[in-house]
Write a protein that binds this ligand. Sequence first.
Ligand code: ACO
Length: 400
Amino acid sequence: SIDLSSLTKQTGLTALDYGFVNTASTKSKITYIDGEQGILRYRGYPIDQVATNLNFLQTAYLLIHGEVPTQNEYENFEDKIRMHTLLHEDLKDFFSGFPRRAHPMPVLSAGVSALSTYYEDSLDPNNAEQVETSTYRLLAKLPVMAAYAHKKSIGQARLYPDNSLSYVENFLRLTFGNKAEPYVQNPVVVNALERLLILHADHEQNASTSTVRLVGSTDANMFASVSAGINALFGPLHGGANEAVLTMLGEIQASGESVSKYVERVKNKEDGVRLMGFGHRVYKNYDPRARLVKDTADEVLAALGVNDPLLGIAKELEGIALEDDYFKERKLYPNVDFYTGVIYKAMGFPTRMFTVLFALGRLPGWIAHWREMNLDPQTKIGRPQQLYIGEQQRNLPGFN
Ligand code: ACO
């Protein structure tokens, strides 16, 4: 193996690597991906074992601390998070200040950034106790803020958290109010949301996680770093794909066009149309998360008695694409987002909340990476190189 940093120092060599597709920015022990074989593991455990045996907070603990919590460790972790669910009362005015129908993602990132003004006692990245406290605060407050951002966007009053409920039940109640009652009573819906959050909880050095690490490498506090990660996730190429899938399925339904005709248009690259929710930069095989999401879609729609033709269209699209040489040759398979939108829609989330749900799921991953980066003595402030291709020295008038 070549030590690139010493090579750079010795030879002045700089690699130009757009999108850092070939450059490792760090060593990490958190998540392993083999895109060719379709393998994803959290701390060594296969994703299907994690998603079907742990709940979301157990998964968060695993990602952050490296081991599945014992019963005692779990109870302590959950209690600490419960203790921090309330938001400072003044934050009420903060949520009121956004325009009517504000998109919940920027409201969420602004809210997380604002936490550093309310909780100055947990900002020091070099104080282990403060890092612990900001971990609990973020895990506790993000679902509350996400629900408040949603309430703001639909002009409804906010509720206080109910700490007798589980993490996911509480979020459902804060989001849907009384309408959440059947969900909280319905383990299929609660378990499905737990599972979807788990499946989004980490994916190693993706754009938002790399952003969290980069911001954190400046010794910025965890709130500031996670707020930056939420903004990175807001981009349609990262967190917004689940919304795009639902739009595509809706358009196919509305046009009355047959699914196979749509696939032909994709293959002919008409107007650059792509099969949304298909293909992945890393996975060149079936995304292991997509299988679990597909099963979850069937369970949730059956449990809620929803008969959504969009699920049928999605399945037909998948069936045709998997048999087609265009998709086989390019190794294009359904990714995690192909079926998530249909499930969120059945649960009653508006499309603008889909990326917020991704952020809720990804939070433990961001925290785990921030902490790993913060404890690694080899961490340096992130500072990519560039190849300058602009003007050489020239003079302003009068400087000849
Ligand atoms: N539908 C049709 N054709 C596709 C698709 C697709 N979804 N994805 C890739 N291709 C084709 C390309 O046109 C290209 O064909 P060509 O060789 O004839 O030119 C070939 O496959 C390779 O495509 P690239 O864009 O080079 O593949 P890359 O790995 O860079 O792209 C990406 C990955 C961006 C995810 C792409 O597959 C895509 O746009 N998918 C749809 C959007 C989507 O679902 N994004 C979510 C990703 S998962 C996540 O972020 C959580």
